[in-house]
Unconditional design. Structure first.
Length: 319
């Protein structure tokens, strides 16, 4: 089996007109690219890759760009710097926000021009909801993963390494879009039932200092906390569960994580928080679940366990 090099692409959440704006102080909701980070750590756990890279365009300041061509030139420099002289075997793009689509339209042909033989895989919320649309719109996309990606993407990498045909639930190719007979939509991947079994996110492949800095955060509680602090909070988001049983019409979370609530153990969550403090000295924790505060008992147990960590001046919020 030939070990693969994987390049992850994290897209900016802002549409092009905002990226091209001269205004530098645009506040952001800085949430870690959890899909990429969890998949990367899962790949490392399975020892499937020789190299893993991440071009994190969410953290790039494009304010000096005035045209789409400027954005492409800047993006090309970042891509080449990220992988150095290596050619990625697989390029995995996380298409979560619909506001990222304009940048996605620019980056896909750029990636194909730089590495024409690389396999392009797309995942995320928007990709999961637009399998047919994306295949019809982009001839260079090879696979689309619909649903949670840790196991499915790892299986895809292994299958490609072994030069076998791809037959993985929720992994669609142009020639083989498998339809779920219950929903009439492209089939989703199997959800991971024991979410505590997943390795912690691979924070090392991104610039964590960018995400920890809450000084220009759009989240109102970050602004409120920073008003009462001499220095900006070192804020980080975590996931304590996946899935939500409710059917809010504005929310697409169930299209990736499903409607069954799957909780991480309190011990597993606390271990991650402890590690985040040891590595990054966080003092603000944002629980960014599909469904926060599921029950009073679970929430009380979690907060009591966090308090026992005795992290100085730590505050916690639930999104």
């Amino acid at each position: 089996m030939q070990a693969q090099s994987v390049l992850f692409i994290n897209l900016p959440s802002k549409p092009l007109n905002m990226l091209l704006s001269e205004q530098k102080d645009v506040r952001l909701i800085k949430v870690l690219p959890f899909g990429i980070l969890y998949i990367s750590s899962f790949l490392r756990k399975e020892n499937l890759c020789k190299n893993i890279f991440c071009a994190d365009f969410f953290s790039v300041d494009f304010s000096l760009c005035r045209t789409k061509e400027d954005i492409c030139e800047t993006s090309q420099r970042i891509l080449l710097k990220t992988v150095s002289t290596e050619t990625p075997n697989i390029i995995a793009i996380s298409l979560n926000m619909s506001t990222s689509y304009e940048f996605f339209e620019l980056i896909v042909p750029l990636l194909k021009s730089l590495w024409p033989k690389s396999i392009i895989v797309v995942g995320g919320h928007t990709a999961s909801n637009g399998v047919n649309f994306l295949f019809n719109s982009f001839s260079s996309i090879d696979y689309i993963i619909s649903g949670e990606g840790e196991i499915a993407f790892s299986q895809l990498v292994k299958t490609i390494s072994e030069n076998k045909s791809v037959e993985i639930k929720g992994v669609h190719s142009r020639q083989n879009i498998v339809i779920d007979q219950m929903t009439g939509l492209p089939a989703r991947t199997e959800t991971i039932q024991n979410v505590s079994s997943l390795p912690f996110p691979d924070w090392e492949i991104i610039n964590m200092e960018f995400y920890l800095d809450s000084s220009n955060s759009q989240l109102f509680w970050d602004s409120l906390m920073n008003k009462n602090s001499e220095t900006p909070r070192r804020s980080v988001a975590i996931l304590t569960s996946r899935g939500c049983p409710f059917r809010c019409t504005f929310c697409a979370a169930n299209n990736v994580h499903g409607r069954k609530l799957r909780l991480r153990s309190v011990e597993n969550i606390v271990e991650e928080i402890k590690l985040l403090y040891e590595k990054y000295k966080i003092n603000y924790l944002n629980v960014f679940d599909d469904l926060s505060l599921p029950t009073q008992k679970i929430t009380t147990e979690l907060l009591s366990s966090i308090e026992k960590l005795n992290i100085p001046d730590l505050n916690t919020s639930f999104s």
